[in-house]
Ligand binder design. Structure first.
Ligand code: ZN
Length: 284
């Protein structure tokens, strides 16, 4: 199943995508949030869709998509999880995963604008595979980690490199700005993803390919990452883990290249769809 949320910002309704057509499932009566995932929501939604498919309204063409999950309790990110990306940033591949957090207020829809923060000069892109947690996870064994997954989604881990790397302290300052986490178009359930550790992912800026990688090059794969993070914090249903980016970010180029108002970023992962963001200047 491919879950979507659509409608105006902060007032999204729920739906599903079937064969390229979007259907409104708001009659199911639950948002895709912690309570939904914790209470077997995906299986109950599937039964609802089976029983009502012929009468589900279609979502009108051109409707805005929101994040496919409602605001989670946290967005946990893995840094430097591809050796080629670690190299391009001048970092040594880490002996164990680097963890940092994105603010949950950075979450936006897949095709919403990226807003360059006030006084930002170094806003950058990162195509990533995001994992959405399906049940409470604490001290999970690696061999059972995939049982804790609700699904997967495309994520752009937008990053302000000066805030992240030159303003002292941890990376979080450069990761949590408004609009810095376009997620979606869909939350794709695991039964539709053959091998999450072997997916092609790509990103273009103004039509030029910048990132072109595969999750087969993870340093730490998805089960390892879930088990690892769950040793340091309890993951709640609906939480997002973003698994790191391959080479090809603006920081790694010579000379470095950063996003400017007017730029257009497009990205995709096999089976998880594509997204497109226009870059705009800071505004209230
Ligand atoms: Zn990242």
């Amino acid at each position: 199943m491919k879950l979507i949320r659509f409608g105006s910002i902060g007032d999204e309704k729920t739906g599903i995508a079937i064969g390229g057509v979007l259907y409104d499932t708001s009659a199911f009566g639950e948002d895709y949030n912690e309570h939904f995932f914790a209470n077997d929501g995906i299986a109950r939604l599937a039964a609802f869709v089976d029983a009502n498919q012929s009468s589900l309204p279609e979502v009108p063409a051109g409707t805005r998509l929101g994040s496919p999950v409602a605001r989670p309790s946290k967005i946990v990110c893995i840094g430097l999880n591809y050796a080629d990306h670690a190299r391009e940033t001048g970092a040594t591949p880490p002996p164990e995963p680097v963890i940092f957090m994105k603010s949950t207020t950075s979450l936006v829809g897949p095709n919403d604008n990226i807003m360059v923060p006030k006084d930002s000069k170094k806003t950058d892109w990162e195509v990533e595979l995001a994992v959405v947690i399906g049940k409470k996870a604490s001290y999970v064994e690696e061999g059972e980690a995939l049982d804790y997954v609700a699904g997967y989604a495309l994520h752009n881990d937008v990053s302000e490199r000066e805030f992240q790397l030159e303003r002292a302290g941890t990376w979080d300052k450069g990761k949590g700005c408004d609009t810095f986490a376009p997620l979606g178009p869909w939350l794709v359930t695991p039964d539709e993803v053959a091998d999450v550790n072997n997916l092609h992912l790509w990103l273009t800026v103004n039509g030029k390919t910048m990132q072109n990688g595969t999750t087969a090059n993870f340093i730490f794969n998805v089960p390892f990452v879930i088990a690892y993070v769950s040793r340091f914090m309890t993951l709640l249903p609906g939480d997002v883990i973003s698994t790191g980016t391959p080479a090809g970010v603006g920081l790694g180029m010579n000379p470095q290249v950063y996003l400017q108002p007017g730029d257009v970023v497009e990205l995709g992962i096999d089976g998880l769809g594509t997204s497109k963001q226009h870059v705009v200047a800071y505004h209230k």
